[in-house]
Structures are given as C-alpha cells and as structure tokens.
Design a protein around this ligand. Structure first.
Ligand code: ADP
Ligand code: GLC
Length: 490
C-alpha cells in the first residue's frame, strides 16, 4: 500500500461472491478491486449474515459497540477477516439477533421484508459511522466513507454533524428501493429528532433511508449518466426528483464497469467451451448445445439452427417482464425461436413463465431460482439477450451479454441507453452497432426490436460483425474508477 494512499471505508449490504442478490453485489465486489489496484487503502464493511459468516475461515475481533436498537441497546462485534477473493480486509458487523438468520439479506422465505429491517440497517449504519470516526481506535480512520443504496443511507446522516468526520459519498443503485419506514420506527430507534423534517429524512409521513443518504452525503452518485438525468424527473424520481434537482450540484452519474476477469468468454470456468472475438465459433456453438442439452433430451439440428433468446434477472416489473411474457407467445407462433430464462422474483411472474415452459416444453426453457453458473452459461449459449427494462439505473447483464457475443435487446433508458448502440445500416457500417434498442415502451416496441434482431441473425456475416463489435467494447472500470477517485478527493 502506497504511503498517503486514500483510506476508503466501503459500506454495503451485499458483495459477490459472499452474498449477492443482484448487480449491487457485483459492483461492491468489482469497484473496490479496481480502486485497490489504483492504490486505494480499503476496508469493506458488511453485515454478518449467517450465509456470509459461514464462508469465513479466521476472524479477528476488532472490538465491540453498544448501539441503540429498536428496544434498547444491542451489542455488535466488529470482525476483521481476510478472504481469498478480496485483496483488502473485510470488516463485519456481527450482531446475531439482527443478522444471524437463514436466507435472503432483505426478505423472508415468503418474500416479504424482514419485519425488523429498520432496526437491522439503522444499527448497521450506526456501527459504520462509528468505524468512520475510528471509534475503536484502530489507527485506521478513513478519508472517505462510500455507502451504497438505502441500507446504508443513514451512515452519511449519522456522520454529518460529527467533528473531524470523513467525506461521505452515497451511491444510488436503484431509486425504486427507498428504505421506507414508519414514524414509530423513527422514534423507537431514537433517531435524532432534528432529522424529522421534509428537508431531512421525513417522507410521506414516514422516513426514507435512501433520502437520508441523498440529503446528508457530501456527494451523491448514481450508476449511469442517463439515470442521473432521469431521476431528476417526476417519471423516474419516485417522489424524490424535486430533492434530486435541488442537490444537482453534488449529484453525478458514473457508469458501472464490469469485472472483465470474471466475465471473460475466453477463460470463464463456468463455460463448457471458450471463445473470443476473433474466433467465436465453434466455442459459442458448443455453449449453445450444452445449454440446450440441459433442457432437452436430444439437441437436433432444428434446435441448433433456431435463434435462442435468453434472459437472466430478477422477475420484477422494472425488468419489463410483462412485455416479455406477452411477446414470447407471438414470437413462438411466427418464428422458430427458442427461449431460455433464469430468474426469480414475483410469484406471479415465476408462475407464468413456468406455465409457458409447460405449454412449449421443446421451445421454452425456464429455471426459477438463483444460479451463478447457469447465468454465465445463458450469457454464452444464447444468441440474443433480452433486457427490456422499463428503467435501469445501469444494468450489468447487457454488458455481460455484449462481452459474450450475445447482442442485447434493450429499452432506451438509464444505463441501457448508455451502453448499447442500436443496429442500423449506418451503425453496422461504422462498427458502432452492438445491439437492438427500442424507444417505445410497449410490447410492440419490444417485438419490433426482436424482429429486427431475428432478421439480422439470418445474415451470418453481418451478425458476426455485430457480435464482434459488442465483444470488443471496453466496459472495464478504468474510466469510472478514476471518476470515483476524483470524487473522493474533491
Ligand atoms: P439488478 O441489479 O437490477 O438485478 P443488473 O443487471 O445490474 O440488475 O445485475 C444483475 C446481476 O445479478 C447479474 O450479475 C446477474 O447475472 C445476476 N442475476 C440476477 N438474477 C439471477 C439469477 N436468477 N441467477 C443468477 N444470477 C442472477
Ligand atoms: C441496481 C440496478 C442495476 C445496477 C445495479 C448495480 O440493482 O437495478 O441497474 O446495474 O444496481 O449498480
């Protein structure tokens, strides 16, 4: 570690590969790695969920905090551990009554929020703020505390009034999740009464942890330039657009990068065969065959020649799932496409996809659940990738699919608009085309884009050119990590 390196406390509620529910986990893994490579001195602070603790070998107790919870004082141990996937120390807030439970970090097995989420993330934030002030006297006081999403929104608020405090940066990964809780929670958690105002954390009679981050952080970022603009409008602002416009001077959009080592079709250990832009076949075809053979007793020529359309993701309204559910039957009727989906989320969507697969067992393949390996295999084995999100702060899957030679179909919004270039005769010619972008938010808009894609798929030379353009895009962290470092120093 260089002398004088910036000390950064990264605070988040998930990090790949320890605990991940979506793109947040990927970014909380890959961004600190990129910062570390650029000389930053980091600690990553996470809650001690059972699933996370289970993966740790040796831990050291750094100290204890007694923190205000919902019913009184709760004790938390701060653990330090080294983990093979991280070149910097991990710090863990170990508070068994709040985090030592099975399952998802945010929701119960039935899919509803853990009833004590307000307490869980308020206590986590109190611990983070204390560490930000080096309250355990570890001799490591961060210059910057960088927090992510509503689960950490109270951290900048707790630090705001502290003397000699570090700079705080708050990154919004998704404005749709506001961390809304009641006034009763606010009182029970003994949050400072001066926060209770429309200029503070108050939001429609309750309070919002996301709003706290936006109000009290020194700098607010979101994960793409277009989303930074969109959230300042009523259509995308979830009631916070007025506030976001008012804090525009401290708001910026920094496009996520991806980890180009974990997501590399020429080395990816999840894949049965490897390939690169200069030699896409036969590797990609072998991936398609392996993927199809997972769902079909025998993979015939017809299945191999038909375009395989893939999708991976959370099955929620954000992702345009209803458009996909409406479009697939139309495409099944008018073309020979096959469709493969991996996802989990709202029960209604899970049910509808399962039904569709049952109706078309030889053409629609659905896996409900969470499966890292299958996600990589779909990115590699599909011909076309669907990501028609209604809004998308950044989106990582479309960047993975570009890198895997699987052109994405996206709605023109947020990070999708910033990372995918629509295919037209002109963009094919000047080598800028990478996918298919539609700008009418409807089933017809999606269908039209998929039809354009299927027509090009029938022209192998042009299709290969499109795949190569996408695969040669650079989505690594270099530029964006440099932006964050500038922001830390501002
Ligand atoms: P979001 O964060 O909104 O879910 P992103 O595209 O940014 O969307 O990131 C999603 C990440 O989560 C990707 O790494 C994707 O592969 C992964 N993912 C989503 N659903 C699943 C699933 N069911 N199984 C495996 N990985 C998934
Ligand atoms: C959120 C967003 C997604 C983004 C990810 C990582 O989950 O929905 O668009 O890519 O965070 O920043």
């Amino acid at each position: 570690m260089k002398r004088g390196a910036k000390k950064i406390l990264f605070v988040a509620s998930e990090a790949y590969p320890l605990v991940k529910t979506g793109g947040l986990g990927d970014v909380v893994y890959s961004l600190p790695h990129a910062l570390h490579e650029r000389g930053a001195d980091l600690r990553l602070l996470l809650p001690g969920y059972r699933a996370l603790l289970r993966q740790l070998d040796q831990v050291r107790i750094l100290g204890w905090f007694d923190l205000r919870g919902a019913e009184g004082i709760v004790s938390a141990r701060i653990l330090e551990t080294r983990h093979g996937d991280f070149p910097f120390p991990l710090w863990i807030v170990d508070c068994p009554p709040l985090f030592d439970r099975p399952g998802n970090p945010y929701v119960t097995a039935a899919g509803s929020d853990w009833p004590d989420n307000a307490e869980r993330f308020a206590v986590f934030a109190r611990a983070a703020a204390q560490l930000g002030l080096d309250a355990l006297e570890l001799g490591w006081k961060p210059d910057v505390v960088h927090c992510h999403d509503w689960q950490t929104g109270l951290v900048p608020a707790f630090l705001h009034a502290a003397p000699h405090r570090p700079r705080t940066v708050f990154t919004i990964h998704n404005l749709a999740y506001g961390g809304h809780f009641s006034h009763t929670d606010f009182v029970r958690l003994q949050l400072p009464s001066q926060w209770w105002s429309p200029e503070g954390v108050e939001f429609h009679g309750g309070f919002s942890m996301l709003k706290a981050g936006i109000v009290y952080a020194d700098a607010v970022t979101t994960v793409s330039p277009t989303y930074a603009e969109e959230i300042c409008t009523p259509a995308f602002g979830y009631g916070l657009d007025g506030l976001l416009r008012a804090v525009r001077h401290k708001l910026s959009g920094i496009l996520n990068g991806i980890d180009t080592r974990l997501w590399d079709p020429s080395t990816d250990p999840h894949l049965p065969a490897h390939y690169s832009p200069n030699r896409i076949q036969p590797g990609k075809r072998r991936n398609k065959e392996a993927l199809l053979s997972r769902f079909l007793p025998a993979v015939n020529d017809a299945a191999m020649q038909a375009p395989l359309v893939g999708q991976v993701g959370r099955l929620v309204e954000q992702k345009g799932i209803d458009w996909v559910l409406a479009a697939i039957p139309v495409l099944l009727a008018e073309s020979d496409i096959r469709f493969v989906l991996l996802g989990s989320g709202q029960a209604m969507y899970e049910h509808k996809f399962t039904q569709l697969a049952r109706q078309h067992p030889d053409r629609v393949f659905v896996e409900i659940g969470y499966d890292e390996t299958l996600a990589h295999r779909i990115e590699a084995g599909a011909d076309l990738f669907l990501m028609p999100s209604r809004f998308e702060p950044c989106g990582l899957n479309q960047m993975y699919s570009l890198r895997y030679g699987t052109p994405p179909v996206v709605f023109k919004t947020g990070g999708l608009a910033d990372t995918v270039v629509d295919t037209t005769p002109e963009t094919l010619d000047d080598a800028s085309a990478t996918g298919f972008v539609f700008d009418t938010p409807s089933v017809d808009g999606l269908l039209d884009a998929i039809r354009r894609a299927l027509a090009l798929y029938r022209k192998p030379a042009l299709w290969r050119r499109l795949q190569q353009h996408g695969m040669r895009q650079s989505f690594d962290w270099s530029e964006s990590a440099a932006h964050y470092l500038e922001l830390y120093s501002a």
